[in-house]
Design a protein around this ligand. Structure first.
Ligand SMILES: NC(=O)c1ccc[n+]([C@@H]2O[C@H](COP(=O)([O-])OP(=O)(O)OC[C@H]3O[C@@H](n4cnc5c(N)ncnc54)[C@H](O)[C@@H]3O)[C@@H](O)[C@H]2O)c1
Length: 395
């Protein structure tokens, strides 16, 4: 049971928020709710931090002190059962997304849930079905599509000036697990993480490809494990931490993905993702080639979009367009082009869309359907690795 949002001194109604899992993403979701009134003062509701849950001793209490949650608990069920919570962030390891998502939706809570939403597409589908049954909104953490320059890229593609997209490259290369002493966290286990770099990074790449270029028809993929054993962590640490001297254990999922995608439009895409690329730090981005132009974007220069457009075909130059008011939600953060936004700002945009979708009872931004479609493409990639051939992506 959920009680309706109540009034607040700002005149906005208040939206009771709970956060389940207060690691990196739990903090990012919480900060985003806190910052909403700074950037989106006209939202119909103001987020009120009701409760935070995390089983690691002291974590939830520390977050309650830091952000002002009214309550801290080690049990996520305390949040799904709380009538004064209307919206729940699910920012736990992947294996818990389905159980918590289905329970929270069943209790009438709106969900803001992290990608990849479970271990397999069937998990995301179950969360989607529970949300649909309950009539609640379900936003998903595909934050890279929220970058204003990515919104500008989509506008340009939809405007048609570039002609027809022929092919694209999407890459998500990282070194977060490149150190052989990197801790064997839940991310490297089938049971708690599911797939490896597929769910962790390629899920974002699939979402970017779908957001910019449309549906995926078929994939052929190859994966590899380059660091087969890692030390067990000595305490609860993040996937960025080393566990030098820890007892070695097996890595159960892939470090690397190379994949070709055939899109429904006829365009071809190469998608590469790695968590073990020395010297690549958040090298996330895309290059889109079309019959009359091209687009280039790199997350590390998030506000810059490389644009080549014209009718020269050969020797056509590329300009840098700086994100500016009018591109996505840029204007909520800065008044003029070239002022840098951050990763956390992408989460503020996601939170604003989620909160607005609750107020308007219609989705804005990435939804559980996007997560299901991304997961179906990832499942098809895993199947392709098993069979060695092209696999059609279910829809
Ligand atoms: N959108 C993005 O860019 C992005 C980035 C990082 C992670 N993620 C996703 O966010 C999720 C969390 O990743 P993270 O990096 O924050 O992980 P993390 O390990 O930093 O945090 C996970 C937290 O969940 C807690 N937890 C474990 N079991 C729990 C339970 N039963 N109830 C409540 N809390 C529990 C852990 O104690 C930990 O504090 C994953 O699904 C991951 O794929 C998304």
């Amino acid at each position: 049971m959920t009680t309706p949002a109540t009034g607040s001194p700002s005149g906005q109604r208040s939206l009771g928020v709970g956060v389940v899992g207060i690691g990196w993403m739990g903090h990012a979701h919480t900060r985003a709710h806190v910052r909403l009134p700074h950037h989106f003062p006209d939202l119909p509701t103001r987020s009120r931090l009701v409760a935070v849950a995390d089983p690691e001793p002291g974590r939830a209490r520390a977050a309650a002190r830091q952000y002002g949650f009214a309550r801290a608990t080690q049990r996520w069920q305390d949040l799904t059962e709380a009538p004064e919570i209307q919206a729940v962030s699910i920012t736990t390891p992947n294996y818990l997304h389905r159980e918590i998502g289905v329970a929270a939706a069943g209790a009438g809570k709106h969900l803001w849930i992290e990608k990849p939403v479970g271990l397999l597409a069937q998990d995301a589908r179950q969360v989607g079905a529970a949300a649909a049954r309950a009539g609640v909104q379900c936003a998903v953490g595909f934050n890279y599509r929220n970058a204003p320059a990515v919104a500008a890229a989509r506008d340009l593609l939809e405007g048609g000036q570039l002609g027809t997209v022929t092919h694209a490259r999407v890459r998500l290369l990282s070194d977060y697990a490149a150190h052989p002493q990197g801790a064997l966290s839940w991310r490297f286990e089938r049971e708690r993480g599911g797939s490896g770099v597929l769910g962790d990074l390629a899920s974002h790449g699939v979402d970017l490809a779908r957001y910019l270029l449309g549906d995926i028809d078929a994939v052929v993929a190859d994966t590899a494990v380059f660091i087969p054993r890692r030390p067990q962590p000595t305490g609860a640490g993040s996937h960025f931490e080393l566990a030098v001297g820890g007892e070695p254990g097996p890595v159960q999922n892939e470090d690397y993905l190379g994949c070709l995608l055939r899109l429904a439009s006829g365009a071809r895409v190469t998608l590469e993702a790695s968590r073990v690329s020395v010297a690549e730090q958040c090298a996330y981005g895309f290059e889109v080639h079309a019959t009359k132009g091209a687009l280039f974007w790199d997350f590390r220069r998030m506000g810059e979009l490389g644009v080549s457009v014209g009718d020269q075909y050969q020797n056509q130059s590329v300009s840098t367009v700086f994100a500016r008011p009018g591109h996505g939600e840029f204007a909520a953060f800065a008044p003029g082009a070239g002022i840098a936004l951050s990763y956390d700002d992408l989460k503020v945009i996601e939170a604003a869309r989620f909160v607005r979708s609750i107020a308007d009872a219609r989705p804005y931004g990435a939804t559980i359907d996007d997560a299901v479609n991304s997961a179906l493409a990832l499942d098809a990639m895993a199947e392709s690795v098993r069979t060695g051939g092209w696999v059609e992506v279910a829809r």
